[in-house]
Design a protein around this ligand. Sequence first.
Ligand code: FES
Ligand code: FES
Length: 204
Amino acid sequence: MSASTPSKPGLSRRDFLHGAGVTAGAAALGAPASAVAAQPAAAEVPARGPGAIKLTLNVNGRNMQTSVEPRVTLLDALRNYLDVTGCKRVCDRGTCGACTVMLDGKPVYSCSMLAVEAEGKPIRTAESLYQDGKVDSVPAAFVAADAQQCGFCTPGFVVAMRAVLDAKPNATPAEIEHGLQGNICRCGTYEQMRDAIAALCQKR
Ligand code: FES
Ligand code: FES
Protein backbone atom coordinates (compact mmCIF):
# COMPACT_ATOMS: atom_id res chain seq x y z
CA MET A 1 0.00 0.00 0.00
CA SER A 2 1.33 3.50 0.73
CA ALA A 3 4.94 4.42 1.42
CA SER A 4 4.02 4.98 5.08
CA THR A 5 3.24 1.28 5.57
CA PRO A 6 5.56 -0.04 8.29
CA SER A 7 8.04 -2.62 7.04
CA LYS A 8 7.34 -6.21 8.08
CA PRO A 9 9.36 -9.36 7.89
CA GLY A 10 8.92 -11.51 4.78
CA LEU A 11 9.18 -10.90 1.06
CA SER A 12 6.72 -8.57 -0.63
CA ARG A 13 6.43 -8.35 -4.42
CA ARG A 14 8.19 -4.99 -4.25
CA ASP A 15 11.07 -6.59 -2.28
CA PHE A 16 11.21 -9.26 -4.92
CA LEU A 17 11.36 -6.78 -7.77
CA HIS A 18 14.45 -5.24 -6.18
CA GLY A 19 15.95 -8.74 -6.05
CA ALA A 20 14.97 -9.37 -9.66
CA GLY A 21 16.99 -6.33 -10.66
CA VAL A 22 20.05 -7.93 -9.09
CA THR A 23 19.49 -11.19 -10.95
CA ALA A 24 19.76 -9.35 -14.25
CA GLY A 25 18.28 -11.22 -17.17
CA ALA A 26 15.87 -13.26 -15.08
CA ALA A 27 12.83 -13.46 -17.30
CA ALA A 28 10.00 -14.08 -14.85
CA LEU A 29 9.52 -11.01 -12.66
CA GLY A 30 6.45 -12.59 -11.11
CA ALA A 31 8.25 -15.75 -10.02
CA PRO A 32 10.12 -16.30 -6.76
CA ALA A 33 13.91 -16.11 -7.00
CA SER A 34 14.20 -19.84 -6.27
CA ALA A 35 12.05 -20.62 -9.30
CA VAL A 36 14.19 -18.37 -11.48
CA ALA A 37 17.32 -20.15 -10.31
CA ALA A 38 15.72 -23.50 -11.14
CA GLN A 39 15.09 -22.62 -14.80
CA PRO A 40 16.52 -25.24 -17.16
CA ALA A 41 19.45 -24.25 -19.37
CA ALA A 42 18.40 -22.58 -22.62
CA ALA A 43 19.56 -25.54 -24.68
CA GLU A 44 17.09 -27.83 -22.84
CA VAL A 45 14.06 -25.65 -23.60
CA PRO A 46 12.38 -26.47 -26.90
CA ALA A 47 12.10 -23.36 -29.05
CA ARG A 48 8.60 -22.02 -29.69
CA GLY A 49 7.72 -19.22 -32.03
CA PRO A 50 8.61 -16.59 -33.11
CA GLY A 51 5.25 -16.83 -34.86
CA ALA A 52 1.97 -17.38 -33.02
CA ILE A 53 1.76 -20.56 -30.96
CA LYS A 54 -1.26 -22.36 -29.55
CA LEU A 55 -1.69 -21.76 -25.85
CA THR A 56 -4.13 -23.11 -23.28
CA LEU A 57 -4.49 -21.02 -20.16
CA ASN A 58 -6.53 -22.11 -17.16
CA VAL A 59 -8.36 -18.93 -16.19
CA ASN A 60 -10.74 -18.91 -13.25
CA GLY A 61 -11.17 -22.67 -13.50
CA ARG A 62 -11.78 -22.72 -17.27
CA ASN A 63 -9.35 -23.88 -19.92
CA MET A 64 -9.16 -21.12 -22.52
CA GLN A 65 -7.36 -21.55 -25.81
CA THR A 66 -5.74 -18.89 -27.88
CA SER A 67 -2.93 -18.34 -30.31
CA VAL A 68 -0.30 -15.73 -29.43
CA GLU A 69 3.31 -14.94 -30.23
CA PRO A 70 5.60 -16.07 -27.40
CA ARG A 71 6.52 -12.42 -26.71
CA VAL A 72 2.94 -11.62 -25.59
CA THR A 73 2.57 -10.88 -21.89
CA LEU A 74 0.06 -12.64 -19.69
CA LEU A 75 -1.76 -9.32 -19.27
CA ASP A 76 -2.13 -8.85 -23.03
CA ALA A 77 -3.15 -12.47 -23.56
CA LEU A 78 -5.88 -12.15 -20.93
CA ARG A 79 -7.18 -8.76 -21.98
CA ASN A 80 -6.65 -8.69 -25.73
CA TYR A 81 -6.97 -12.34 -26.75
CA LEU A 82 -9.25 -13.90 -24.11
CA ASP A 83 -11.40 -10.89 -23.20
CA VAL A 84 -10.66 -11.28 -19.48
CA THR A 85 -10.42 -7.59 -18.66
CA GLY A 86 -10.48 -7.50 -14.85
CA CYS A 87 -6.71 -7.11 -14.77
CA LYS A 88 -5.84 -3.53 -15.76
CA ARG A 89 -2.96 -2.09 -17.75
CA VAL A 90 -1.72 1.03 -15.99
CA CYS A 91 2.08 1.26 -15.85
CA ASP A 92 2.79 -1.88 -17.93
CA ARG A 93 6.19 -2.11 -16.28
CA GLY A 94 5.80 -3.87 -12.94
CA THR A 95 5.42 -0.90 -10.63
CA CYS A 96 1.72 -0.33 -9.86
CA GLY A 97 0.00 -3.69 -9.32
CA ALA A 98 -3.15 -2.88 -11.34
CA CYS A 99 -2.52 -5.97 -13.47
CA THR A 100 -2.22 -8.33 -10.48
CA VAL A 101 -3.57 -11.84 -10.97
CA MET A 102 -3.04 -14.98 -8.94
CA LEU A 103 -0.84 -17.60 -10.54
CA ASP A 104 -0.86 -20.88 -8.68
CA GLY A 105 -2.31 -18.99 -5.70
CA LYS A 106 0.39 -16.30 -5.63
CA PRO A 107 -0.08 -12.70 -6.75
CA VAL A 108 1.98 -11.75 -9.81
CA TYR A 109 2.20 -8.76 -12.12
CA SER A 110 0.68 -10.10 -15.33
CA CYS A 111 2.30 -7.28 -17.32
CA SER A 112 5.74 -8.55 -16.34
CA MET A 113 5.57 -12.18 -17.37
CA LEU A 114 4.88 -13.95 -20.61
CA ALA A 115 1.61 -15.74 -21.24
CA VAL A 116 3.53 -18.85 -22.22
CA GLU A 117 5.05 -18.95 -18.72
CA ALA A 118 1.58 -19.27 -17.22
CA GLU A 119 0.67 -22.40 -19.18
CA GLY A 120 -0.32 -25.32 -16.95
CA LYS A 121 -0.86 -23.16 -13.85
CA PRO A 122 -4.20 -21.95 -12.49
CA ILE A 123 -4.75 -18.24 -13.06
CA ARG A 124 -7.25 -16.27 -11.00
CA THR A 125 -8.38 -12.79 -11.91
CA ALA A 126 -10.75 -10.31 -10.29
CA GLU A 127 -13.61 -11.95 -12.20
CA SER A 128 -13.24 -14.99 -9.92
CA LEU A 129 -14.33 -12.85 -6.98
CA TYR A 130 -17.89 -12.74 -8.28
CA GLN A 131 -19.35 -16.20 -8.71
CA ASP A 132 -22.94 -17.35 -9.05
CA GLY A 133 -24.28 -13.95 -8.06
CA LYS A 134 -22.15 -13.86 -4.90
CA VAL A 135 -19.51 -11.22 -4.27
CA ASP A 136 -16.39 -12.36 -2.43
CA SER A 137 -15.92 -10.82 1.02
CA VAL A 138 -12.88 -8.78 -0.11
CA PRO A 139 -14.50 -6.71 -2.87
CA ALA A 140 -17.65 -6.55 -0.71
CA ALA A 141 -15.60 -4.91 2.04
CA PHE A 142 -14.12 -2.45 -0.49
CA VAL A 143 -17.60 -1.48 -1.64
CA ALA A 144 -18.89 -1.10 1.93
CA ALA A 145 -15.92 1.13 2.84
CA ASP A 146 -16.12 3.13 -0.43
CA ALA A 147 -12.49 2.17 -0.99
CA GLN A 148 -12.10 3.39 -4.54
CA GLN A 149 -12.34 6.45 -6.73
CA CYS A 150 -11.43 5.82 -10.38
CA GLY A 151 -11.26 2.09 -9.66
CA PHE A 152 -8.33 1.28 -11.94
CA CYS A 153 -6.23 -0.05 -9.07
CA THR A 154 -9.09 -1.91 -7.39
CA PRO A 155 -9.02 -5.27 -9.24
CA GLY A 156 -5.31 -5.59 -8.46
CA PHE A 157 -5.82 -4.71 -4.80
CA VAL A 158 -8.69 -7.13 -4.26
CA VAL A 159 -6.86 -10.01 -6.00
CA ALA A 160 -3.71 -9.36 -3.95
CA MET A 161 -5.75 -9.18 -0.75
CA ARG A 162 -7.64 -12.37 -1.57
CA ALA A 163 -4.28 -14.08 -2.12
CA VAL A 164 -3.07 -12.97 1.31
CA LEU A 165 -6.23 -14.24 3.00
CA ASP A 166 -6.26 -17.52 1.08
CA ALA A 167 -2.71 -18.16 2.24
CA LYS A 168 -3.44 -17.02 5.81
CA PRO A 169 -7.14 -16.64 6.66
CA ASN A 170 -6.35 -15.10 10.05
CA ALA A 171 -3.84 -12.58 8.72
CA THR A 172 -3.64 -9.43 10.83
CA PRO A 173 -4.37 -6.02 9.30
CA ALA A 174 -0.60 -5.35 9.26
CA GLU A 175 0.04 -8.63 7.45
CA ILE A 176 -2.66 -7.85 4.91
CA GLU A 177 -1.15 -4.39 4.32
CA HIS A 178 2.25 -5.99 3.85
CA GLY A 179 0.77 -8.22 1.17
CA LEU A 180 -0.50 -5.11 -0.63
CA GLN A 181 2.87 -3.36 -0.80
CA GLY A 182 3.15 -4.15 -4.50
CA ASN A 183 -0.01 -2.16 -5.26
CA ILE A 184 -0.39 1.58 -5.68
CA CYS A 185 -3.55 3.70 -5.63
CA ARG A 186 -2.94 6.96 -7.41
CA CYS A 187 -6.28 8.32 -6.16
CA GLY A 188 -5.02 7.84 -2.59
CA THR A 189 -7.89 5.82 -1.15
CA TYR A 190 -5.60 4.12 1.37
CA GLU A 191 -7.56 5.18 4.43
CA GLN A 192 -10.78 3.66 3.04
CA MET A 193 -8.84 0.50 2.18
CA ARG A 194 -7.63 0.34 5.76
CA ASP A 195 -11.26 0.66 6.86
CA ALA A 196 -12.14 -2.25 4.55
CA ILE A 197 -9.32 -4.35 5.99
CA ALA A 198 -10.36 -3.51 9.56
CA ALA A 199 -14.00 -4.42 8.84
CA LEU A 200 -12.99 -7.72 7.25
CA CYS A 201 -10.78 -8.63 10.20
CA GLN A 202 -13.50 -7.74 12.70
CA LYS A 203 -16.02 -10.02 10.99
CA ARG A 204 -13.94 -13.18 11.49
S1 FES B 1 0.30 -2.60 -15.11
FE1 FES B 1 1.46 -4.24 -14.32
S2 FES B 1 2.39 -3.46 -12.52
FE2 FES B 1 1.38 -1.74 -13.44
S1 FES C 1 -9.03 4.34 -7.03
FE1 FES C 1 -8.01 5.41 -8.62
S2 FES C 1 -6.01 4.54 -8.62
FE2 FES C 1 -6.96 3.66 -6.91
